[in-house]
Write a protein that binds this ligand. Structure first.
Ligand SMILES: [Zn+2]
Length: 375
């Protein structure tokens, strides 16, 4: 992974490069960014830069032996640590080697990998994930050896939120005083969920989510024949999560706007017969499609709210949606919008936790009908 392959984050990339140029590489660094952000990709690009034998001012060379093996994630001085399932499972791979091979392949394909995607690929529930004390023992043992190629030994711990407390305790001393030229890169999504003893020993970097413009640009670059409207819609729905954007790309999004506008009209006019019929259709959608509908509805409600405050952010470059939002904004108050957003968030929460989608949809729709009727 090279910095050039990661869009945005220019100032941060420069700051990382400056650390190497000035020989001020902190031995424990925490890359915190939301799901689907560039946190893992940036850490891997930094690891590549650290060991590149012909690094340039702005990036690693991409061609030397070190860069080539970092590209394959097989560099002998790179250790990859990630959450695994704690107990045995039917489809569990036979050995740690299999886990590593699958992880490498997934990250090579998608360096914006999410825990959900990792858990799905491994057929386990993300709640069962953990980084064990045994795993940490292996890191410490490896670090006692000299670098094979060097100059740095890099340990990437993906999602340190999942370090078991015994594992964290076993890691503390090495994290505080690692052997020379050892760098720990901890790549997490939520610093609050990382044990304070680990958190306090690392230099923090906050990685923001991708901007809508960056996601749109990425899709325009990768899929040059993709319809401009579709690029904008994907960027709008992905909410800064690039992994989510790629999932959305696989799905049929064209119906989202029609579906949403019909639904909100039914709520507004209190058409319960149509809402019941819609709940039957909604029930038959996949959970991902149901979640996408809520995400879309939330984004539209948020844009309407911004529009009411004349915030330029609401201009999203989608003509049909913008016209709808302007009209909708004239017929809804700020308090009603706040209540609609609350109801949508609640519905999302229940569907994500396997609530009965038909009931959730209908309950939410009736609540929103009442919100409109309350003027
Ligand atoms: Zn190189």
């Amino acid at each position: 992974m090279q910095f050039a392959k990661i869009p945005d984050h220019y100032a941060f990339k420069n700051a990382l490069i400056r650390m190497v140029a000035t020989d001020k590489v902190a031995h424990a660094q925490l890359f915190i960014g939301p799901t689907g952000s560039a946190n893992l990709a940036l850490a891997l690009a930094f690891a590549t830069y650290l060991n590149c034998s012909s690094s340039k001012e702005t990036d690693s060379c991409g061609n030397c032996f070190s860069c080539a093996s970092m590209g394959k994630l097989t560099h002998p001085d790179l250790q990859l640590v990630f959450p695994k399932k704690t107990s045995s499972a039917i489809l569990e791979p036979k050995s740690d080697g299999n886990y590593l091979e699958i992880f490498r392949n997934l990250v090579k394909k998608n360096p914006f990998l999410t825990l959900e995607e990792w858990a799905t690929a491994m057929h386990f529930d993300r709640k069962q994930c953990q980084i064990s004390k045994k795993e940490v023992g292996k890191i410490i043992q490896q670090l006692s050896l000299k670098p094979f190629m060097g100059p740095y030994k890099v340990v990437c711990i993906w999602l340190p939120e999942y370090l078991h407390h015994t594992a964290a305790n076993a890691l503390l001393k090495t994290l505080e005083e690692p052997p020379p030229y050892t760098v720990f890169l901890l790549i997490g999504c939520n610093s609050e969920k990382i044990l304070p003893t680990i958190r306090s020993r690392a230099q923090h970097h906050v990685i923001p989510p991708f901007s809508e413009e960056a996601i749109e640009q990425i899709f325009r670059n990768i899929y040059s024949d993709l319809d401009g409207h579709r690029c904008k819609e994907i960027a709008f729905l992905a909410q800064g999560n690039l992994s989510k954007a790629f999932q959305l790309f696989e799905q049929n999004l064209e119906e989202n706007f029609d579906y949403f506008s019909q639904w909100i009209r039914c709520c507004y006019s209190g058409n319960l017969i149509k809402l019941v019929a819609q709940s039957e259709i909604f029930y038959k959608l996949s959970i991902e499609a149901q979640k996408n509908f809520f995400t879309y509805a939330l984004q539209m409600s948020r844009a309407t709210l911004l529009g009411k405050f004349n915030d330029p952010l609401f201009q999203m470059g989608l003509p049909a949606e913008t016209t709808f939002i302007k009209k909708f904004g004239l017929n809804v108050t700020i308090n009603q919008l706040k209540e609609i957003i609350t109801q949508l968030m609640q519905a999302y929460y229940y569907v994500e936790r396997n609530g009965n989608a038909k009931m959730v949809y209908l309950h939410m729709s009736i609540q929103i009908t009442n919100v409109f009727a309350s003027v």
